[in-house]
Structure formats: C-alpha cells, structure tokens
Design a protein around this ligand. Structure first.
Ligand code: GAR
Length: 284
C-alpha cells in the first residue's frame, strides 16, 4: 500500500512519512479547532451542532494541513493536492498531462535526463518506463523517480499482442525510445502514428539498421574512418532507423578515438539535445 502511494504521489519514502504525518496532525488539529470554536458559541451538542462542526472541519482542514506542511517541508505537495481536490468540487478539472512512455534497454542515462527535464512540467508526464532487460539500470532510475515500469517479454512483444492493450489502458500518448534495442512492431507504429521517436547514436542514414546499436555503431564509424559522427532523433516507422529525421547534431571523430571515447562524446550530445528536442516535438 505504501509503495502504491509512493508511486501515485511520486515521492520518496521519507516524504511519504512526512505527508502522512501532515495528514494525521492536520486532521487532528482541525478537529480540535472545530470543537474549540463551537465551544465558544455555547451551542448545545445536537444535530445542528454536528452539522456546523462538519462544515467547520471541512473548511479548516485545508488551512490546517497547509500550515503543518510548511515546517515538515511538504507545502508544495499539499498546495497541489488541495488545488486538485478543490478543482473536483468546483468542477474545474486540471488539464490532463500528456502521458509519455520511455522504452529503454540499458543504463538509462538518456531516460534520466528526460525524466529530470519534465519533472516539474505542467503538460508532460513521464508516466511509464518500458524495459526488456530485468537487470537494466533504467529500472533503478524508474524506481528512484517512482515511475511505473513495465517489463516486457520477447515472445509477447513480437508475436503476441505487442503489449498494445497495456499501453492503451495506461493512456500513453507518446513513446520515446531511449536506448531501446528491439524493433518496434508494426501494430505499435500504427497505433501511435508520428508519436514514437527514437534516438540513434550516429548520423543516419549512415550506420543504422539491425544490429546497429551502442558500441557496434561507434565501432563501425571508427572502422569506416569517419571524421564526424553524431546523433539523430527521428520518428519511428516500420523500418529500422528509417523514419523522418527531426534533429541531428555532430561531433568530431579524432584519430585517437576509440569506441568508449566516442560513446562519451555521443552521450554528451544526446544529454544536451534529446530532452529539449523532444519537448519541441511534444509541444507541436
Ligand atoms: C544511447 O547512446 C542511444 O543512442 C543508443 O543506446 C544508448 C543508450 O544509452 N541507442 C541505440 O543504439 C539505438 N539503436 P543510455 O541507456 O545511457 O541512455
């Protein structure tokens, strides 16, 4: 139950404890204040007293929790929480955020940059991390940021329902491939037309296609004697590394570069550009 709450509210365990303490203390405080104020009126304890008490407590509750949340460092959480509840009562629904799923297979440094970039966004929520490797670093990142994960399995992804229903039920609007090494099945491409983007660690159309990922790409670039490499952000279609190019940035390949040093240069470019370019695509 605690983990469910942590995920729902996107908070770590310390914040969750402080939030629960705020709820409990704020609730008791408004109950106490309600009785105190009614005591001053000298009203007899009857049904009317009870109705006024409930109204008083309802009015005092937001104030009490907000005041208590300040010393406990949870003010921004409660401000958002109360605004949301208030919105429900007044029928003013907050505009729902665009829910983005990140697909990743590896360390997840790009996923982390994207999560950080949209952490306080009012329009975009990184709602799900989809991963095909049970030990991938990206799953630890998802856990740190309290983002829901979906561990997928090859047979079902390629030959089964491709997790289409799961993704639709989770209301995913947009998919980002950040170091995801499986080809996206046609059914998913068709279900999210022009709503799947990938980052590739080379200047497409060169050095793309099956087997071209991570260090394989850098090795091929070095072996081909290229003096320049870079990154490509592109839409995903039915063909590997083929969709419309959105953005490219370049870096030099020096004679002394090896796969590791080139990978570092590429990662730097990715971390600088991917979150911002993604935001531009999402805002269109
Ligand atoms: C990134 O360099 C990305 O471009 C590459 O995998 C790396 C993942 O790093 N993607 C591909 O090769 C896809 N063909 P990360 O896990 O640290 O984000």
């Amino acid at each position: 139950m605690f983990q469910k709450l942590q995920r729902k509210w996107k908070v770590n365990s310390i914040s969750l404890v402080l939030i629960l303490v705020t709820f409990a203390t704020g609730g008791s405080l408004c109950g106490y204040l309600g009785k105190l104020l009614l005591g001053l009126t000298g009203l007899e304890k009857n049904i009317l007293w009870f109705i006024i008490y409930i109204i008083l407590v309802t009015l005092l509750w937001p104030l009490c929790v907000l005041v208590i949340s300040i010393p406990l460092g949870q003010f921004s959480f409660f401000k958002k929480y109360i605004t949301k509840i208030f919105g429900r009562f007044t029928g003013k629904k907050q505009p729902s955020k665009m829910r983005v799923a990140i697909f990743a297979s590896g360390a997840g440094s790009n996923a982390q940059k994207i999560i950080e970039h949209f952490k306080n966004s009012k329009t975009v929520e990184i709602a799900l991390i989809v991963c095909n490797q049970p030990n991938a670093g990206v799953l630890h990142i998802a856990n740190t940021y309290k983002i829901e994960t979906l561990l997928i399995e090859k047979e079902r992804f390629f030959k089964g329902d491709h997790y289409l229903n799961d993704l639709q039920l989770k209301n995913i609007h947009f998919i980002v491939l950040a170091g995801f090494l499986w080809k996206i099945p046609t059914a998913l491409v068709q279900a999210w037309p022009s709503k799947i983007v990938n980052i590739h660690p080379a200047l497409l159309p060169k050095f793309g296609g099956k087997g071209m990922y991570g260090n394989n790409v850098h090795q091929a670039v070095i072996e081909a004697g290229e003096t320049e490499s870079g990154i490509t952000i592109h839409f995903v279609d039915e063909v590997y590394d083929n969709g419309k190019i959105i953005f490219q940035a370049t870096c030099k390949v020096e004679p002394e570069d090896n796969t590791d040093s080139l990978a570092q240069k590429i990662h730097r470019l990715e971390h600088t550009h991917f979150p911002e370019e993604l935001e531009k695509v999402l805002m269109k």
